[in-house]
Design a protein around this ligand. Structure first.
Ligand code: UDX
Length: 445
């Protein structure tokens, strides 16, 4: 089979590379010449464990190509994926201009039957708009070429995207013809050998599935953050509560970890977009509105604890931050809680010294020189009045606290991810604060 993947962002690059990995001929297309030149030389625009090596391997094998020429790449393709960005517009709705421009480009160049698949997260009804663009472009050319549209949402977690693609929990495909279903089943066959299910459905349901999945996960997190805050007030331990409820199979153990709010490229954007779509259609998404406002507040929880600890006066304090990215194993800074925390600390007259194993170059684009970038996690804590753990990178889980204690000015730790044991920290002489547990140094939130 021959496929094209338009858009070499996170989703497009992982999708194209993983299809090449199982032997399919893939061309990844982007309008950004520099990005394509870099990719041809094995330089990736994102950090994703294992991806760089997989790209090189498949380029060398001649199965993975990079091009800026959509017209050429689309010829004789069985399937074309649209994986370009859908940035949120001013009002929170997904901006479809890139998706529709690609659809037009495909219509202007395709020469045989193909399935045009939306892979970007797009509102219900987008595939129908893609179909109209294609029909118009073909109409202008005065040619009659059969095509189908399909919706195939991705469920990739940053940092684990390759595994998620190669061993999916499920593949969801929205189609409106048997022919399209057949093509998509054939394309995904290599990933189904281990019994991973492929679920075919109508197109609007597939489009909705993606939003519903992300919104449900965001809901779990905000719910748990709310419970954590209440645990603190009531003197309960959220870790115990989490274990207690997680062992009920109907609730499950995953995605119920409290913290400092969800971030990233998907949850905040998709929750907003679903609220907006509903409103446009006269429906009020009450639960999701609360999910969003709990999350906004949660991003400030760690800062509020710091402020309270220092009696409301942070002027001149030096704060160390461990972690900048919105979660471990990625350099993605989009909607990262660290940005909210840093902005608030700087506004109070603090200085910030941060260390992140991967995300510092990316963070510099937004934060510039407003903070100091430490050379390692111990360098970050030198003379610090407090340490804030913002991202739970593995190397922060068991640091040498004797060294940390020696280097810091004050032995105070604010753990936004609950990765340390309160009793151990207190025995080591630290004033320890975390989320959803009333420690000895922590008054109720
Ligand atoms: C998410 C979805 O998991 C994925 O299926 C979808 O396609 C894209 O969005 P991703 O954004 O990479 O993936 O991150 P994920 O691992 O889901 O974490 C999202 C956020 O939730 C992070 O900020 C994380 O710190 C937070 N989180 C996650 C919690 O606060 N608690 C949890 O228990 C789990």
């Amino acid at each position: 089979m021959k496929i094209a993947v338009v858009g070499t962002g996170y989703v497009g690059l992982v999708t194209g590379t993983c299809f090449a990995e199982v032997g399919i001929d893939v061309t990844c297309i982007d309008i950004d010449q520099k990005k394509i030149d870099n990719l041809r030389h094995g330089i990736l625009p994102i950090y994703e464990p294992g991806l760089e090596e997989m790209v090189s391997r498949n380029v060398e094998a001649g199965r993975l190509h990079f091009s800026t020429n959509l017209g050429e790449a689309i010829k004789d393709c069985d399937v074309a994926f649209i994986a370009v960005g859908t940035p949120p517009g001013e009002d929170g709705s997904a901006d479809l201009k890139y998706v529709l421009a690609v659809a037009r480009g495909i219509g202007e160049n395709m020469n045989s039957y193909g399935v045009i698949v939306t892979k970007s997260t797009v509102p219900v009804g987008t595939a129908a708009k893609v179909r109209r663009e294609l029909e118009q472009a073909l109409g202008k050319r005065g040619v009659q070429i059969d095509f189908d549209v399909a919706s195939n949402p991705e469920f990739l977690k940053e940092g684990a995207a390759i595994d998620d693609f190669l061993k999916p929990d499920r593949i969801v495909v929205g189609v409106s013809s048997e022919r399209a279903e057949e093509v998509m089943r054939k394309l995904y066959k290599p990933f189904l050998l281990n019994g991973h299910p492929i679920i075919f459905m109508d197109i609007p349901s597939a489009e909705m599935t993606k939003y519903a999945a992300n919104s449900m996960l965001a809901t779990k997190i905000s719910f748990m953050n709310d419970i954590a805050n209440l645990c603190e007030i009531m003197g309960a331990d959220v870790n115990m509560v989490r274990k207690g409820i997680g062992s009920d199979a109907r609730i499950g153990t995953k995605f119920i970890y409290p913290g400092i709010g969800y971030g990233g490229s998907c949850f905040p954007k998709d929750v907003k977009a679903l609220i907006k779509t509903a409103a446009e259609n006269g429906y009020d998404m009450q639960v999701l509105k609360a999910v969003e406002s709990v999350n906004d507040a949660q991003k400030e929880v760690l800062f509020n604890k710091v402020r309270k600890h220092f009696g409301g006066d942070l002027k001149g304090k030096k704060l160390a931050l461990w972690g900048l990215s919105f979660k471990p194993k990625t350099d993605d800074m989009r909607e990262a809680p660290s940005l909210v925390i840093i902005e608030k600390l700087l506004a109070e007259g603090c200085t910030v010294s941060a260390y992140d194993p991967v995300a510092m170059p990316e963070a510099r684009h937004t934060l510039h020189d407003t903070i100091t970038y430490a050379k390692d996690q111990y360098d970050a804590v030198i003379d610090a009045d407090a340490l804030l753990v913002v991202t739970e990178w593995p190397e922060f889980r068991a640091p040498n606290f004797e060294v940390v204690a020696r280097l810091m000015k004050n032995k105070v730790v604010f753990d936004g991810r609950n990765i340390y044991e309160a009793t151990e920290m207190e025995q080591a002489g630290f004033a320890y604060h975390c989320i959803g547990i009333r420690t000895h140094h922590q008054e109720p939130a």
